[in-house]
Ligand binder design. Sequence first.
Ligand SMILES: [Zn+2]
Length: 65
Amino acid sequence: MDQVQVACDKCGTQLVPNAAYCEKCGYRTRRARRLVRLAIRVEMVFFLLVVGIVVAFTWIYATQR
Ligand SMILES: [Zn+2]
């Protein structure tokens, strides 16, 4: 699945090994895009966790009064 990408998807320029961006046009490599998607997902889970904790504490305070 983690196939090494050798050329830019957009302009076809050869990529530096493990590059996150194309040196010529600045387009993200597939690996970098996947990492971005993963980071967004992790962020969403974290955000929902925080919201859940806030809601839970609000509910606890509301019911204790
Ligand atoms: Zn490019």
